[in-house]
Design a protein around this ligand. Sequence first.
Ligand SMILES: NC(=O)c1ccc[n+]([C@@H]2O[C@H](COP(=O)([O-])OP(=O)(O)OC[C@H]3O[C@@H](n4cnc5c(N)ncnc54)[C@H](OP(=O)(O)O)[C@@H]3O)[C@@H](O)[C@H]2O)c1
Length: 342
Amino acid sequence: MTSHAEFGERTPGSEVAKVFGDHIRGKTILVTGVSPKGIGASTALALASQQPAMLILASRTPSKVDEVGRQILAEHPTTRLEIVPLDLGSQQSVRAAATSIAQLTPHLDLLINNAGVVVTSRHATPEGIEQQFGTNHIGPFLLTNLLLPLLRAAARAPSAVPGATRVVSLSSAGHRLSPIRFSDYNFAPREVPPEEDHFRPLAGAFAKCTPDGYNGIVTYAQSKTANILFTLSLQRGLAGEGITAYSLHPGSIETELSRNQDEELNAQFSKVALYWKTVDEGCSTTLVAATDPALNDINGLYLVDCQFKDPAPHASDPVSAERLWKLSEELVGQKFDFTATA
Ligand SMILES: NC(=O)c1ccc[n+]([C@@H]2O[C@H](COP(=O)([O-])OP(=O)(O)OC[C@H]3O[C@@H](n4cnc5c(N)ncnc54)[C@H](OP(=O)(O)O)[C@@H]3O)[C@@H](O)[C@H]2O)c1
């Protein structure tokens, strides 16, 4: 249970931040993926309104994140704001960003893995990983693990409240459209066992493939399932260390996420979205997941409209979570064993 059952679809994030202001003030907070029209920007603005000790924005396009930075400083001039370049689609960039962040602060109270991308044609990261899986899951997997020493330092501080140190990862309701295709995570596409294949039942624009057989809906859905399974692994691995983790669907918000979608695909999304949130409403679930003290004790995995909701069974299966963790370690070439690095 969250502490505010009345928070829902239309609750503005700025209001959530005010209600939980005591749990933002004095905290060191990192938000990824911050561009003027997106959820990252509204999240950062809401957090800045409650005087965090330091707000770090890690993002890909300097001109965009700088614009949000200027807006934050105009509205909240006393904010200690830091901007770090981060391309989650490049493991080299993720490692460089983690090093820069560790130079800015020895501890991190809140990590908000907000950044995400949607593509509708085949691209790969420099490491040869399908772009959405690489950017939306592998990048945040690596970043979070590299920043775990900072999160642990925050959780071990004498003043720390157990469970208030958090990792929050933005997934999507779209995760329901695909489990992890362990036999074909790059979407070659290859034949996969039935339990890995939700592709066949898709219809209309969702089912369309490019001439080289790529389907961006399935690969986005897979990456968003990965966000929830990763959160499950963090919850299990970090239990007892005072660090909690949550995933969420922010709602349907008109941002630049759809920049690569064609009209047919946009029309199909419009049919499934019952209500389009403002960007302020679009950050409220993130803020509940990050700051509600009722979530210091883990009592759920995934939130929608500021409340807990069950994710698809394929996104909450501990065996798949463990398999994904091992695959992710292979793809970043580094092991992250909770006990070994504690
Ligand atoms: N909007 C929705 O309806 C909706 C629904 C469900 C889930 N979500 C999730 O919400 C999150 C925020 O999305 P949004 O709607 O705010 O989309 P957005 O406006 O496109 O913002 C996404 C942010 O992620 C950044 N980003 C993209 N690729 C990146 C990379 N390789 N490295 C670092 N940053 C990168 C973008 O930077 P640039 O602008 O510089 O490219 C941008 O700042 C995503 O995780 C998305 O999956 C959104």
